[in-house]
Design a protein. Sequence first.
Length: 362
Amino acid sequence: MQRLRVASKNFPYDVIVGRGAWRVLREFPQDGYTSTFILTERGLWRRWGKAFCRASGLRNPKAVWVPEGETSKSLRMVERVASQLLAEGADRRALLIAFGGGVVGDLGGFVASTYMRGIDYVQVPTTVVAQVDSALGGKTAVNVGAMKNLIGTFYPPRLVLAEPLVLSTLDPRAFRSGLYEVVKHAILAGPSLFNQLERCLDSFRPADAGTLGPILARAAKVKVEVVGRDEREAGRRRVLNLGHTFGHALEEATHYRRFLHGEAVGWGMLAALQLSQRLGLLGAAEGERIARLICRVGPLRPICDLMPTRVLNLLRRDKKAVGGRIHWVLPERIGKVRIVADVPPRVVAAAFCDVQRADGHE
């Protein structure tokens, strides 16, 4: 079990990664809150709720249920959750625990940041994506229409508890989806983590918490260090968007029904590699090495049938664009990326078509 410290401007908080992480909640000042609420999905809580309460020492927390899936990240769901909190007596000294994957974590953080102008919350991520990425750093958000994470806040949790044991019940596809984010962090971190993934990636299994714990901690540390330098995404934190500009467009183009988030990011990274090579930033051999590791994670849902114009038009609406300029995160080598603006649209289109053609030939 590792304890990582996040240097937030609001207050420092710990990210606990590894077997036994849930027990750390016993050290948390639970008695300072008037009530405790768990925001979660019914099936997940049915499987893990008793184990979590036993390990954490929570007594009779009140559950607030949300349906599974990306559609729960909506303003309508925010209103519904806030109304239930109010009906159950949650005041400004209530504690909200977001127990779930990225959807629950993003929704829970946003509710916490806005309910009665802000209440404390704890992130308890239950997927690989959430444990190494979305639950860390204090970004909260909901979707509006086709725009992913359009409305959100920067609002850090009081604590993050990433217990790898909970990953044992993930289905293989959801598990693999999270590994794309681990690969992303390895590309950013450099040869040490990247080489380790090349050696060990094929051995990772949801039930093997002993093997997963150390690699999840290393991946989480990458994000913690970046967030510590740039909490509100003024500059350095943008590197974490590697693969996400194309990835979000793919999710939106398919109405969030074809890809899990990590899968879309996997495609997005492959497209970013092609774009970087077309701009002369990334050598072919290095690009092929990175692409091989991404593809080793597992099969991706197809993109060869998508209309390129649909995806490319969505890119222009990316919420990270400033003054209409997309800031691309492009690898130069393992361990180094460059943020590039003003990439000609024809080059972007050509890079996406490169990836589509490769998908069609597989």
